[in-house]
Structures are given as structure tokens and as C-alpha cells.
Design a protein around this ligand. Structure first.
Ligand code: ME8
Length: 643
């Protein structure tokens, strides 16, 4: 019988670009998912986006688009980020997916019918212009915290979930299942800070905005966003749909990985909802710590974010994955600094791991023409390293089973350091001078490559691309690259190593810090530029009239071979004939995001051939802090003249 493993990340709010803090949860979950797959589990790794709520509705309004249009664009960016970071999710749920919306309606109705949800009155202090309820403690100087105006007592009809009813059962459950809330300190926090002071029933419907799952038996009410969001863990598996086979197979989840500020939702509201639905509870909720910047928690609203794309571009994805998992023990908070990142890359990845692989393969190339020798005589240094190598897998597994990623990597890098030390102990360059030591030299090469193989296999869940590159470089066969092979010494036989570029080039700390600072501050840079805007020389209206700007619709779009930056667009410009334009926006848009959209084209620009594509015109776009943004004039027919 196959063993199943179901792990989830929170579903992210698509209210802006994700930062390195969000990547933290997802990289950790990915590592566990890869590890379990390698162990032979049938893995379900779920992530997704939490797309409803007033905040999204407001942001969309600000931008003049529908909420769905607004989230679609951001969700596409989130998926790109996960693909950049090599996140191997099995399912991506969007709370705007039809099947989810239908299932949430059913869940809400079921809870209403069982009496766990009832209609009551929401009472509070109401700010009429903002259409918002506030509690006394939220007011600022007795006034609305948003607009500063008077508030007055008011009440409105709303649905409530009988959370209070579940307080005792929750505590009993925590006590009977000590592994349910991890790390343990968070369990006490839940009991002392939330349950003991008394759980109140939870208001689970809203009427002040519309962007959400409607309560289908009471128009005007929409489901509270957390009830909608938490349900994703079962709706994504088909609960409440015709095909619930994945639900049957994977629920209850093995691990919900969440940041510490949302442990409360996952260990109080969510289990109470499941109890009310008479469903099993997840086996574990792990609340990890925050990645802080020196100014506090990284957050979009504070503007102190670090863009993962910038970091990946500069150092490679695996260096970032390594840093996130290694630097901070998972349950604790930790401060992200560029300096710590670069130091980690230099010391652990360039000096230790990269050097070990480069030196060892270079020696096999130099002394044995690249082929790993068969005739060997053991040296007195072999036993320690063989023992350590064979025992490392078990230790790494113990730590990974407890989500102690940092300790798992520390253990693995002990083997890296020990293997480097073995080179110094055996001094192969001295052995090479003496023909009589040839078999010893052969043995040293074998031990090195075999230790590297084990290191690379164990590295795979953390740094998949690096692991693959190393295994390829030492010519490891499929069998020698499997997880279980990491505890077996002596599998390599007669393979050939190849030369490759250094895995992690050393970084000049000072120079890099300065450049990184600049790269992470595009918004500031742009603002500085704005203060010195140099407008072009004046032109007359007649000169402007020479530019023929037209609205056109993108009918088709594809990348241009050998040109990373170009997309080839086929436009309907109203003339009845297709117009081809090459545009340097491939870094910012995928073809899917463009097809069907209207754009503005300079229609009378002299044609030019760009990377083999004859481009007839140019489309209008703006430079912004977030990169290039194409201008999309919606609702205007193709061919319309812009003046
Ligand atoms: O909370 N360090 O979404 P979200 C570590 N939609 N983790 C961080 C972080 C940081 N600096 N910043 C954010 C939500 N995170 C809800 C979840 S689940 C049913 C609904 C983590 O996009 C944060 O702790 O605000 C959380 O676990 C995750 O990113 C999503 O945050």
C-alpha cells in the first residue's frame, strides 16, 4: 500500500507582489514535499491564493479594474515566482475557482442547517462614510481610525459561528494530541491568550462589500474571508464536489505550515469548523517564525520588503533556498540581512560545497583522465569519513521529520567539511608524486566522489538544481541518486566525471552590498529620477500629429527564439490585415497575460527587423518601479485613433 503525505502552505493574499518572507513558508513546504516524495510517499503539496475580501475589492477599485482582473494579474506573478523558486506544488487553489466557491456555499449551508451557524445581530460602532464597524478599542481618540469622523452605535444582521461551544473540545484535543500544535510553545499561547479568556462566537458573514462567496440562502450576505480561506484545505481535495477521491485519499492533512500570526486561525477556528462538520482534524499545524528586516517584520504595507526575484537573479535560486532554510531555526524569528546572505553563500556554498566538488572533480580529471578508478588501496583516513557519510542520512531524516531544516543542513554540511578535511589529511597532490601511491591516490578519489554523491543526494530536497548538477558532474547513475542510496557506501563504480563551471562563485561582499542596495530600491531610484525629470524639447501640435497612435487588439503572442526579451505580437489594428510587432516585454509578461488585450501601437513607425522578426510599429508601455507596464486601453475598438 502506498503511503500518503499531504502538506499545505497558507494561501497567499494576492494584494501585491510577494516578498522573501512569503517565499520562506513555501520553500520550506517544498523541501518537505520533495523529501517525502524521495522517500517513496505519494505526496500532495497544496498552495494557492486567498482572493476574496474587502481589501482586494478596494484595491481593484483604486486601479479601475474588476477584482477578478486585479487578482488574475497578481496570481500569474505568484505562479511565476513559485516556478522561479522551483516550488514543486501538486495543486494550486484559487478561492475564486468555481469548485471552491460551490463547496464553500455547501459548507456554510451545512453548518447553518446543523445549528452551528445562526443569524444574529452584529453590534458595534459604525462609521457611516466608511461603512465600517469598529470596536471601542480600535477607535482613535474616540473617532473612526480610518477617516477620523464620528462613529455611532449601530447593529446589523449577520451570521455567527458557535465557536464558544468548541472551547473545551479544543483544549481536550490539544492535550490528547501533543503533536497537533508545533512548536509546543504556541499551544500554550493559544490556550492562555485565546481560549482561557473565553471564546466568543465568530461573525462569519459580511454585508458591507460584495467580493466574496455569497451566502446562497440569504442574498446580500457574503461568507467571512477566513471561513472561505480555511476551507481551501479540503475543497482543493474535492470535498463538497462530485469527485472527492483526493479528499478520501489525503485528508486529514499531515502538516499545515503557517506563519505564527495565523496559528490562531488554524488551531482554533479551523478545527472548530471541522468538528462542526464532523470531519477529522489535520495532524499537525506548524507555526514558523518571521523573517524580519532590521526595521521589523517584512511587510508590503511597511515597504521594507526584499524581492526574491532580485536575489535569485544575483545568486541563483538554490543559494536563496539554502539561506532561507539554513539561517534561521524554523520556529524562531530571524533577521534577514544582505550581509548574512552573502556570508552564507561565500562560506558554506562557495568555500565548502563548491570547492569540494570543484577540487575533487579536477583531481579525478588530472590524475585519472576523468574516470573514477577501480583499483584501490584504502588509506587510514577512510573509516571515519565512510561512517559519517553512511550515518548522515538518518540524522538528516530525523531533523526533516521535525521540520528542523536548519539542523538538517548543519548535519549535512558537517559531512561537507569533513570531506574537505579528508583532502587535507590525504594530500593527494603528494600521493600523485609517487607511482607506488597510485592505488592510494585512486582510493582517495573514490572516497571523495562517493562522499560527494551522498551529499548531493541528501541535498536534493533543499537545493534540487544543485543536487542534480553535482550528480550529473560525477556521472552518478539513477540508482546511485535515489534517496535510499544515500545510506549505502560504495555504489559508484567506474563512472566518469566531467568539468563544469563553479557551482557558487565567491562574492565580493563590499561591492555586492552596494549593488544589492541599489537593486532592491528601484522605487526610490525612480523617485530620485522623477525629481530630475528632463523632459524632451517642445514640439508643435503638427509635429505630434505626425505620430499615428492606434488602439489594437492582441490576437496572438509568442516568444521570439534566441531573443530572451522579445515577444512577437500579432495585432488586429482595425485594418483587416494582421500587423506584426516585436516588443521587448518578455521579462514582464507571458503570452497568456497579453492575448485578447487591447494596446496602443505607434502605427506609422518605420518597420525594423528585430532578431529576425519584421516589426511594424511599437506598443506603448511605461517604466515603473515594478518593471515595464504595458498600457491597456480597454473598451475601445481596434483601429480607434488616439489623439
Ligand atoms: O495570511 N516572514 O496570507 P498572507 C515569514 N491569506 N513569513 C511570512 C512573512 C515574513 N516576513 N510575511 C508573510 C494570509 N509571511 C492568509 C492565509 S490560509 C487559509 C490564509 C507568511 O499572504 C505568513 O506568516 O498575508 C503566512 O503564513 C503566509 O506568509 C501568507 O501570508
Amino acid at each position: 500500500m502506498s503511503k500518503n503525505f499531504y502538506i499545505t502552505t497558507p494561501i497567499y493574499y494576492p494584494s501585491g507582489k510577494l516578498h522573501i518572507g512569503h517565499s520562506y513558508t513555501t520553500v520550506a513546504a517544498d523541501t518537505s514535499a520533495r523529501y517525502k516524495r524521495m522517500q517513496g510517499y505519494d505526496v500532495m503539496f497544496l498552495t494557492g491564493t486567498d482572493e476574496h475580501g474587502q481589501k482586494i475589492e478596494d484595491k481593484a477599485k483604486e486601479k479601475g479594474v474588476t477584482p477578478k482582473e486585479y487578482v488574475d494579474e497578481i496570481v500569474a506573478g505568484i505562479k511565476e515566482l513559485w516556478s522561479l523558486l522551483n516550488i514543486s506544488y501538486d495543486k494550486f487553489i484559487r478561492t475564486t475557482d468555481d469548485y471552491h466557491v460551490d463547496a464553500v456555499k455547501k459548507i456554510f449551508k451545512k453548518l447553518y442547517e446543523s445549528g452551528d451557524i445562526y443569524k444574529g445581530k452584529y453590534e458595534g460602532l459604525y462609521c457611516t462614510p466608511c461603512e465600517s464597524f469598529w470596536t471601542e478599542s480600535q477607535l482613535v481618540d474616540g473617532k473612526c481610525p480610518d477617516c477620523g469622523r464620528e462613529v455611532k452605535p449601530a447593529s446589523e444582521e449577520a451570521y455567527f459561528f458557535k465557536l464558544s461551544k468548541y472551547a473545551d473540545r479544543l483544549v481536550e484535543y490539544y492535550e490528547a494530541h501533543p503533536e497537533f500544535i508545533q512548536p509546543v510553545s504556541r499551544k500554550n499561547e493559544m490556550i492562555n491568550n485565546f481560549i482561557k479568556p473565553g471564546l466568543e462566537d465568530l461573525c462569519v458573514s459580511r454585508t458591507s462589500f460584495t467580493w466574496g462567496v455569497p451566502v446562497d440562502f440569504d442574498p446580500g450576505h457574503i461568507v467571512y474571508v477566513w471561513v472561505d480561506a480555511l476551507s481551501n484545505y479540503i475543497t482543493a481535495m474535492g470535498y463538497g464536489s462530485e469527485d472527492d477521491s483526493n479528499y478520501q485519499k489525503f485528508w486529514p492533512a499531515d502538516i499545515h505550515l503557517v506563519g505564527k500570526e495565523i496559528v490562531r486561525f488554524h488551531t482554533i477556528i479551523w478545527p472548530a469548523m471541522l468538528m462542526a462538520l464532523d470531519l477529522p482534524l489535520p495532524k499537525k499545524v506548524y507555526g514558523h517564525g518571521w523573517l524580519l528586516l532590521e526595521g521589523g517584520k517584512m511587510s508590503k504595507s511597511k515597504g521594507n520588503v526584499v524581492a526574491p526575484e532580485v536575489l535569485c537573479e544575483r545568486y541563483g535560486v538554490d543559494a536563496i533556498r539554502y539561506y532561507l532554510l539554513r539561517e534561521i531555526p524554523f520556529g524562531s524569528d530571524g533577521v534577514f540581512t544582505n550581509e548574512a546572505l552573502i556570508n552564507r553563500i561565500n562560506s558554506d556554498l562557495a568555500n565548502d560545497l563548491g570547492n569540494l566538488v570543484a577540487r575533487s572533480t579536477a583531481m579525478v580529471n588530472k590524475y585519472f583522465g576523468g574516470s573514477i578508478p577501480k583499483e584501490r588501496t584504502a588509506t587510514e583516513f577512510d573509516d571515519t569519513i565512510i561512517q559519517l557519510a553512511e550515518g548522515t542520512k538518518q540524522k538528516v531524516e530525523q531533523y526533516l521529520d521535525n521540520l528542523e531544516y536548519s539542523s538538517a543542513l548543519t548535519e549535512l554540511f558537517k559531512l561537507v567539511s569533513r570531506t574537505n578535511k579528508y583532502i587535507d589529511e590525504t594530500a593527494p597532490w603528494t600521493l600523485a608524486k609517487n607511482e607506488a601511491d597510485k592505488d592510494k591516490l585512486a582510493d582517495v578519489m573514490y572516497v571523495l566522489i562517493e562522499a560527494i554523491r551522498i551529499i548531493a543526494v541528501l541535498l536534493s530536497p533543499f537545493m534540487p538544481a544543485t543536487s542534480e548538477a553535482i550528480l550529473k558532474q560525477i556521472g552518478a547513475c539513477e540508482h546511485c541518486s535515489k534517496w535510499e542510496s544515500a545510506a549505502k557506501w560504495g555504489l559508484i563504480s567506474g563512472e566518469n566525471v566531467t568539468t563544469a563551471a563553479p557551482l557558487f562563485p565567491r562574492i565580493d561582499l563590499e561591492k555586492e552590498l552596494a549593488e544589492l542596495e541599489a537593486a532592491n530600491k528601484p522605487a526610490e531610484a525612480l523617485q530620485e529620477k522623477a525629481e530630475n525629470i528632463a523632459f524632451l524639447d517642445e514640439i508643435s501640435i503638427d509635429e505630434f500629429a505626425k505620430v499615428d497612435l492606434r488602439v489594437a487588439k492582441i490576437k496572438a503572442c509568442e516568444p521570439v527564439k534566441k531573443a530572451k526579451k522579445l515577444l512577437k505580437l500579432t495585432l488586429d489594428d482595425g485594418s483587416g490585415k494582421d500587423r506584426i510587432v516585436a516588443s521587448g516585454i518578455a521579462q514582464y509578461y507571458t503570452p497568456d497575460q497579453l492575448i485578447g488585450k487591447n494596446i496602443i501601437v505607434v502605427a506609422n513607425l518605420k518597420p525594423a527587423v528585430l532578431c529576425g522578426v519584421e516589426s511594424c510599429g511599437m506598443i506603448l508601455a511605461a517604466d515603473t518601479a515594478d518593471g515595464v507596464k504595458v498600457i491597456f486601453p480597454e473598451g475601445i475598438p481596434a483601429g480607434a485613433k488616439i489623439r
